[in-house]
Design a binder for this molecule. Structure first.
Ligand SMILES: *[C@@H]1O[C@H](CO)[C@@H](O)[C@H](O)[C@H]1NC(C)=O
Ligand SMILES: *[C@@H]1O[C@H](CO)[C@@H](O)[C@H](O)[C@H]1NC(C)=O
Ligand SMILES: *[C@@H]1O[C@H](CO)[C@@H](O)[C@H](O)[C@H]1NC(C)=O
Ligand SMILES: *[C@@H]1O[C@H](CO)[C@@H](O)[C@H](O)[C@H]1NC(C)=O
Ligand SMILES: *[C@@H]1O[C@H](CO)[C@@H](O)[C@H](O)[C@H]1NC(C)=O
Ligand SMILES: *[C@@H]1O[C@H](CO)[C@@H](O)[C@H](O)[C@H]1NC(C)=O
Ligand SMILES: *[C@@H]1O[C@H](CO)[C@@H](O)[C@H](O)[C@H]1NC(C)=O
Length: 330
């Protein structure tokens, strides 16, 4: 089979998938709702954290109970991502990490609350291709971490530490209950926001699910509980965008990688993720970059993993963009 024939067969396959999808489920809802789970599954031992998750947090994620008479200050916390040890570089690109801080006026204790990847950003963005497993393998869990203390210097020196308002003990306790539920049902990290184009009224196909989305959910919850939050400065957040035409649903691991009839699609997905594999030598990485460019820009193709299912994105210019844009407080 020539390359062209293979491409045609794949296109036909994608088309049949769309037809089947519309027949069986009706029109698709956009953005695709992020799936909530009943509980968080155990982590596969293949996934290894470079830095331990939430080292100073309570093992069971318990959050202290505060008296209703307490007055608790709420802080917006933001700092450049240091994960790759590129120093301030991530700050220059405005790749920021967000968190929320609390301090109790009765006890004097303060707390940091954040949501992040269990196995670092790269592992949440691209899978591992394991020789013994046909389906790409994802270490993409993310979770909330609540711990005592606010490292003022860490947040304020190259980022933001700003008080947004005050809440009562009851509001804090209600929020704590909400965080624990949110943490049990929202279990995986999603790096990408996918939209039809960069204009403000573009269609959003998929929303990201990351540290800043957690902060927005928390602010919305606090506002719903009656808190008044305000900032003197613009509240900007990092967004990582992909741009594409209407996505096509492909299926989950067993549907794609467990059926001989979809072998071409399965092979194509593995091929797609090959250039993005972790731990490459510099030479391999340079080659992979070209390969990724060919797939995404020249072939205009991207396989997105969302809700533990694959979607095909027909990519469009400007393909990919990292922005640092305002999301106002609720
Ligand atoms: C990603 O996962 C691999 C395999 O589990 C692990 O070795 C690595 O430490 C993780 N983190 C990064 C940044 O690659
Ligand atoms: C969220 O879930 C993770 C993973 O199970 C756990 O380590 C963490 O303590 C939980 N956090 C909260 C605030 O419940
Ligand atoms: C949090 O508590 C530490 C230790 O008491 C203190 O140094 C720091 O200034 C406090 N930060 C905030 C924002 O309350
Ligand atoms: C702030 O950035 C500088 C480099 O620009 C770095 O040396 C310093 O450690 C950073 N501060 C914190 C608290 O991370
Ligand atoms: C947004 O949508 C309106 C009508 O729905 C259209 O007139 C306008 O041109 C659109 N704006 C952009 C920037 O695409
Ligand atoms: C995968 O999708 C099929 C339908 O295409 C469904 O029957 C099956 O339960 C799904 N498997 C998982 C693990 O979600
Ligand atoms: C914050 O976002 C606004 C609007 O989204 C933008 O105009 C502004 O340049 C951003 N600020 C920074 C420091 O990037």
């Amino acid at each position: 089979m020539t390359h062209r024939e293979a491409a045609l067969r794949l296109n036909l396959l994608l088309f049949l998938h769309v037809v089947a999808q519309v027949w069986s489920y009706g029109p698709q809802q956009w953005p695709v709702p992020y799936r909530r789970f009943d509980r968080r599954p155990d982590v596969d031992s293949y996934c290894e954290a470079l830095y331990p998750f939430c080292p100073t947090g309570d093992r069971d994620g318990r959050i202290p109970y505060l008296r209703d008479s307490d007055v608790i200050s709420v802080y917006r916390l933001q700092t450049p991502v240091w994960e790759f040890k590129y120093g301030d570089l991530m700050g220059k690109f405005h790749i920021m990490h967000d968190a929320v801080g609390f301090s109790s006026s009765e006890t004097g204790a303060n707390y940091t609350m954040e949501w992040y990847e269990l196995f670092q950003l790269g592992n949440c963005t691209f899978p591992h291709l394991r020789p013994e497993q046909y389906a790409p393998f994802w270490c993409n869990q993310g979770a909330a971490c609540f711990f005592e203390g606010i490292d003022d210097l860490h947040w304020s020196q190259n980022g933001t530490l700003e008080k947004l308002g005050e809440i009562t003990g009851n509001q804090f306790n209600d929020m704590a209950q909400w965080v624990q539920d949110d943490n049990k049902t929202g279990i995986y990290y999603e790096t990408w926001t996918v939209r039809s184009d960069p204009s403000p009224n573009a269609t959003v196909w998929f929303e990201s699910y990351d540290c800043s989305q957690f902060v927005h959910r928390t602010y919305r919850k606090l506002t719903e509980l009656g808190a008044k939050l305000s900032s003197r400065t613009q509240t900007n957040y990092t967004k990582i965008y992909l741009f594409s035409g209407e996505p096509t649903y492909l299926g989950n691991d067993s549907a794609i990688f467990g059926q001989p009839a979809l072998k071409n699609l399965a092979t194509d997905i593995r091929k797609f993720y090959h250039p993005f594999r972790p731990h490459q030598s510099f030479k391999d990485f340079a080659f992979s970059l070209l390969e990724a460019y060919k797939q995404v820009v020249l072939d205009k193709s991207f396989y997105l993993y969302y809700n533990f299912e694959y979607w095909h994105l027909p990519m469009k210019p400007p393909y990919i963009q990292i922005t640092y844009e305002e999301v106002p407080l609720p």
